[in-house]
Design a protein around this ligand. Structure first.
Ligand SMILES: Cc1ncc(COP(=O)(O)O)c(C=O)c1O
Length: 401
């Protein structure tokens, strides 16, 4: 049966094969203990969506809503800022200033004279840079963020408001990753990247350990373990963190990674059997997912643990945002937050995809709503002034034949 929007689904041929440990338990416990002790920490809500579950012929559907995470608007608050604290602590130890400075030590300003001389840098589509900028401000370091021309003014402003210096470089996200790395090498700065490559894994591993808290909170709050989880993929870091948590606590749950069809580097890597880049401007509404090169660490987890990969079109994104905005109370989901929801809706309506993924009336599905309105002006435009009250039909739910 055809659906209203085209999508691609690739079942992972290596699903279930053994692999390396990407996120060791010790690092996870350190991340959990550190982040849950930060001021203002609270688990984000897990929103049940029973009506949508019924419409899609599923037993249960839950949406982990990251819009309120530490006031930063996305789950990325968990990763970059944690990695900044870890990096500063390690650097103070290396300089012989403090043996094991905690986030609280750093935030107290006790080591401010030393940390002020340390610069952290990264590339971003918006959310990761905001987390790194927030961490740098809280823990007392200088911060320089590299963006590509596609990063919106709203997202740049949010990082600048946290004290970061914003530098635009030509090209796409992956080019800005290389620019941050080159600048760090030139000036002796420290890269706090959310993606990893051969020889650079320590910091992104800390970033991913922070993300794992989102998945663990969801598993804590669910009434029964999920049979399926849909999560969006950029470089794959958050999907890999979700995967590790699922393997530990929801044995047999199927992980489906959803990407924009114009930046589906994880799907392409699954097809090729090796990490494979997508090049070009990666032009997609789902700005946080506009990444063309998989993270090495993430791929090591996903290549053996993801059940399937899906590529979904931009056209389906605003209706999915409106579907959530129309709820009472409204769920505010940004463009990159709904890729998993779009993938689920498209797959659940397609007989072949439904069979491939094993979706049915017994399925308990978990979605990760990874951001809120991280660019408020864009959100307002896409959801529309009348979005919350709108009675428009939901195009993704309309079968074309
Ligand atoms: C809102 C949102 N969701 C998902 C992702 C994807 O995360 P990753 O790049 O770790 O795959 C991002 C990345 O920036 C994001 O901002």
């Amino acid at each position: 049966m055809a659906t209203a929007h085209p999508f691609r689904l690739v079942r992972n041929p290596r699903h279930g094969t053994p692999g390396v440990v990407v996120l060791p338990e010790g690092g996870w416990r350190r991340a959990r203990d550190a982040i849950t002790a930060w001021p203002g920490y609270a688990p984000t809500p897990l929103v049940p969506l029973p009506d949508l579950a019924a419409a899609l012929g599923l037993a249960a559907l839950h949406y982990k809503d990251e819009a309120g995470r530490f006031g930063l608007g996305s789950f990325k608050a968990l990763g970059g800022a944690h990695a900044v604290a870890r990096l500063l602590s390690a650097e103070l130890a290396r300089q012989g200033i403090a043996r094991a400075a905690t986030p609280q030590d750093l935030e107290s300003g006790r080591h401010a004279a030393a940390t002020a001389g340390i610069t952290v840098t990264c590339a971003t589509d918006g959310n990761h840079g905001r987390s790194v900028a927030w961490g740098a401000r809280r823990f007392g370091a200088r911060c320089v963020i590299f963006v590509h021309p596609g990063v919106t003014a709203g997202r740049r402003d949010a990082m600048a408001a946290l004290g970061a210096e914003i530098r635009e470089v030509p090209g796409n996200y992956d080019d800005s990753v290389r620019a941050a790395e080159a600048a760090a090498r030139e000036h002796g700065w420290h890269v706090v990247s959310d993606t990893s490559w051969p020889g650079y894994t320590e910091v992104p591993r800390d970033v991913m350990q922070g993300y794992r808290l989102m998945a663990e909170e969801a598993l804590d709050a669910l009434p029964a373990p999920p049979t399926h989880a849909f999560v969006q993929g950029g470089v794959g870091g958050v999907a890999a963190a979700v995967s590790v948590a699922l393997r530990a606590r929801a044995k047999g749950a199927r992980l489906i990674v959803a990407e924009p069809d114009r930046a589906a580097c994880l799907l392409g890597s699954a097809e090729a059997g090796t990490p494979t880049a997508v090049t070009g401007d990666l032009d997609t509404l789902m700005a946080g997912l506009a990444c063309g090169e998989p993270s090495l660490l993430a791929w090591q987890e996903l290549e053996r643990a993801a059940f399937a990969f899906m590529a979904v079109p931009d056209l389906a994104v605003p209706p999915a945002m409106r579907l959530l905005a129309r709820r009472e109370p409204p769920v505010v989901a940004g463009e990159s937050a709904v890729a998993g929801l779009v993938a689920l809706i498209l797959a659940a309506q397609d007989g072949e995809a439904r069979t491939t993924l094993g979706l049915g009336p017994e399925s308990r599905v978990l979605l990760f709503g990874t951001e809120g309105a991280t660019d408020p002006a864009l959100y307002a435009r896409l959801v529309g002034e009348a979005g919350v009250d709108s009675a428009e039909p939901f195009p993704i739910l309309t079968r074309s034949s």
